[in-house]
Design a protein. Structure first.
Length: 491
């Protein structure tokens, strides 16, 4: 967000991709839940709601997908500015929402927002500000289904990663089979080809070839000049130049450009090499670390005990203190039944404060996207948003894709695509699940079948995606068609 200014860079709601509009819908649900928790003085419910939104919706889902367009796209690309628009809205509203109970944290967040705001303090900014048009249950219903598919895909990719068939999800190609015709049509619309980007690379190559042809047209004149000058050179100079040229060719064996390219490629792959080394030798390294820690801890403990033993009467004093404390604790908490009940209540309260009444960190994405309790009022500055009916958390909602025809105008925008949703290099919708039966990494159910194989092509040095078009660009032979367009400001 360092280069984002909402006054000139913000994207209107109507131009946002579906993924961004879905997160705005989630904000309507979450902040309505937060307001209801505050109104009923259920502060633990407020904490769980905010933590669940930050962990599951933002960190595990939206921001995980957004890294590609934030770091890979051109600075002013729509797919990047739209993401920054939503992140800015989320940051400002989260600061407003936590201000009543986490006042210092909220103020720190507000003071470090990297763009000018109308308010100097979060406590001047008022309550959460969302708009009624952001609330879109039909859109949310469709993305609930996509998140469920993503959760199953991640399980298959994780199995392949654990068995070291792939290093990261970008090394994989996902195969999908959906028997339902309506769902298959929706997924197909979210899986466009990259032919437009490839055509852009080809057009750039044509321009590069024209420039090379113009440059080559001047070479004959240079050759003629060299031929005229060469006879005037002495025989000794010619022999020296020939000898130097032969020595360089035999010693180098390759051009300086090739050496530089290999060096850059090696340095760029160092993080991957280090990651593979840590994965390969994870257990031995952890074992050595634990043994070293135990040895150091034992040494320090022995030194402390030896020092204590050298002090006269100190051991006896510790024994007396221990006996007195044991007698006091037994008399205070264990002797009478009422005291034992008080101790049990303190232990239960302490456990609830530390661990929490419910596990909110380890939640499935399919549970996180269900509204847990009904909310009577929405959080709008001037108007109210109608809230969806209550859905029990334990129940699995039936996915109804849409009641009326949906316009997929944003499909192919570099955001609402399966490859970015799954964070893989390729996705292919197959016509039959028979292909998946022979794959070692697959998942099959009556509604969905998934397989994972190695992605085709070469690894792009810039975005680490795999593509069969890496090397096609004359000007940028080490990057893929997406990055060639991004460097030119077209993606």
């Amino acid at each position: 967000m360092h280069d984002f200014d909402p006054a000139k860079d913000a994207v209107p709601y109507e131009d946002l991709p579906e993924l961004d509009r879905y997160l705005l819908h989630r904000m309507c649900e979450v902040f309505a839940e937060v307001k209801d928790a505050f109104d009923s003085f259920q502060f633990s419910r407020f904490f769980q709601t905010v933590q669940n939104f930050c962990t599951v919706d933002l960190s595990n889902f939206y921001l995980d997908i957004a890294k590609d367009r934030l770091y890979i796209s051109a600075a002013d690309a729509l797919r990047r500015r739209s993401c920054q628009t939503v992140i800015a809205i989320a940051v400002e509203n989260l600061a407003r929402a936590i201000a009543p109970v986490l006042c210092h944290m909220a103020e720190d967040i507000w003071q470090y927002i990297p763009y000018p705001t109308p308010y100097k303090s979060v406590f001047e900014a008022g309550w959460v500000q969302v708009e009624e048009k952001w609330f879109d249950p039909e859109l949310a219903n469709r993305w609930q289904y996509l998140r469920q598919v993503r959760a199953e895909v991640n399980k298959v990719l994780e199995k392949a990663r654990m068995e070291k068939a792939i290093g990261s999800s970008l090394e994989a190609k996902v195969l999908l089979y959906v028997p339902d015709a309506e769902k298959r049509e929706m997924l197909a619309a979210l899986n466009p080809s990259t032919e437009a980007l490839v055509e852009y690379v080809r057009s750039q190559n044509v321009e590069a070839e024209l420039v090379a042809a113009e440059t080559a047209a001047t070479e004959p004149a240079v050759t003629e000049i060299a031929v005229e000058v060469a006879p005037e050179m002495s025989a000794e100079i010619e022999e020296s130049l020939d000898e130097i040229s032969e020595n360089l060719e035999s010693a180098a064996g390759e051009t300086w450009q090739e050496i530089l390219e290999r060096t850059v490629a090696f340095i760029g792959n160092l993080p991957e090499y280090a990651g593979n080394f840590l994965v390969e030798y994870q257990k031995p390294l952890v074992t050595l670390g634990l043994l070293f820690s135990v040895a150091v801890t034992g040494k320090v403990t022995l030194s402390i005990l030896d020092t204590i033993n050298r002090i006269p009467t100190l051991c006896g004093l510790f024994e007396i203190i221990g006996i007195l404390f044991t007698m006091w604790f037994a008399f205070r908490y264990l002797l009478f039944a009422a005291n034992r009940e008080e101790l049990a209540e303190k232990i239960e309260t302490f456990t609830a404060d530390v661990v929490g009444n419910k596990s909110t960190i380890v939640l499935a994405e399919t549970q996180a996207i269900v509204v847990a309790t009904p909310v009577e009022t929405a959080i709008v500055k001037t108007a109210e948003i109608p809230q969806p009916p209550a859905i029990a958390p334990a129940a699995k909602p039936e996915i109804v894709l849409h009641q009326s025809p949906i316009s997929y105008a944003t499909v192919g925008n570099g955001v609402d695509e399966l490859r970015y949703l799954f964070i893989t290099s390729e996705v292919e919708l197959i016509a039959s699940q028979e292909v998946l039966q022979e794959l070692p990494y697959s998942f099959q159910s009556p509604e969905l079948a998934i397989g994972a194989v190695k992605a085709g092509g070469e690894k792009c040095d810039r975005c680490w995606n795999y593509s069969t078009h890496v090397g096609e660009s004359i000007e940028h032979p080490l990057i893929c068609e997406r990055c060639v367009s991004a460097i030119a400001g077209e993606f």
